[in-house]
Design a protein around this ligand. Structure first.
Ligand code: CP
Ligand code: NVA
Length: 302
């Protein structure tokens, strides 16, 4: 296991399977009312430059149920927001807490934190990736489909941070990935090259119907990510044909699973009948953030 989780590529296939096995075990134990105190006296600092519901709550509950503690830090409220350097913040935090989870605008902020911290740094979403989300998604896919290899994974919409991590997740686990996005909204080219170098089968196209044909998994995310708000009108226009709705679902396999990292904007990237319908796994995905991150925290902090 690596000492930080900034990108999904910090993990090998074996690391991922081992984390998912631990997560499944913890999930089953929790359902029986059993929690462990393995992270007693350990503290996680959670640094947020952006809003969050799932990441914040699931990490905090994870630390509580593992016997430890989490501190929520809004970057604006600490001296970082008044100009203290990332490097000094990392050095100081390393003297108090046992790990840092950061949700940041620039991925580079996490890289710098990890270089200067002497404790693990976890990416809780950056402009480049969202690896914790994909760990939970892989757990959900394994629960529903019982395998990864050979599944067709179709991403409909923005080639954003979650899409980048999904590309790497597919390459690591042997799923065939198709991204259907409007021109100009393609995923990060370095990530795509990395996935191809890892042997990943990835196809980037602009036709959502073609991408949805006979697929096993349909995944979408918001059209306007945090930080893209200035482009709201333009994006709503450009992404119009890239909605997951009942017509698109008809193209896919009958047991297609619909994924969305949430928050969902019903009527934009996904319709209400789909997100709340029988193919949707979105609330299992959200729950699995807790179990997957517990496994990760145990691995990085024990
Ligand atoms: N999916 C996800 O990361 O949700 P939050 O923005 O609520 O943390
Ligand atoms: N792509 C979205 C994900 C939110 C969890 C964003 O960055 O805002």
């Amino acid at each position: 296991m690596p000492s930080h989780l900034l990108s999904l590529t910090d993990l090998s296939y074996t690391d991922i399977i081992s984390l998912l096995d631990t997560a499944s075990d913890l999930k089953e134990k929790r359902a029986r009312g059993k929690t462990s105190g393995e992270l007693k006296d350990k503290t996680l600092a959670m640094l947020f430059e952006k809003s969050s519901t799932r990441t914040r709550i699931s990490f905090e509950v994870a630390m509580t149920e593992l016997g430890g503690h989490a501190i929520f830090l809004n970057s604006r409220d600490i001296q970082l927001g008044r100009g203290e350097s990332i490097a000094d913040t990392a050095r100081v935090m390393s003297r108090y807490v046992h790990a840092i989870m950061g949700r940041v605008y620039k991925h580079e902020t996490l890289v710098e934190l990890s270089k200067c911290a002497t404790i693990p740094v976890i990416n809780g979403l950056s402009d480049l990736e969202h690896p914790c989300q994909l760990l939970a998604d892989l757990l959900t896919i394994r629960e529903y489909k019982g395998k990864f290899r050979g599944l067709n994974f179709s991403w409909i919409g923005d080639g954003n941070n979650v899409c980048n991590s999904a590309i790497l997740a597919c390459a690591l686990t042997g799923m065939k990935m198709t991204v259907a996005c409007p021109e100009g909204y393609e995923p990060n080219s370095e990530i795509v090259d990395k996935a191809k170098d890892m042997g990943g089968a990835i196809n980037i196209i602009h036709d959502p119907i073609k991408a949805a044909k006979k697929t096993d998994i349909l995944y979408t995310d918001v059209w306007v990510s945090m930080g893209d708000e200035d482009e709201y009108e333009q994006r709503l226009h450009d992404f119009g044909p890239y909605q997951i709705n009942s017509k698109l679902i008809e193209q896919a396999k009958h047991d297609v699973m619909v994924l969305h990292c949430l928050p969902a904007h019903r009527g934009e990237e996904i319709t209400a009948d789909v997100v709340d319908g029988p193919n949707s796994a979105v609330f299992d995905q959200a729950e699995n953030r807790l179990h997957a991150q517990k496994a990760l925290l145990l691995r990085l902090l024990s």
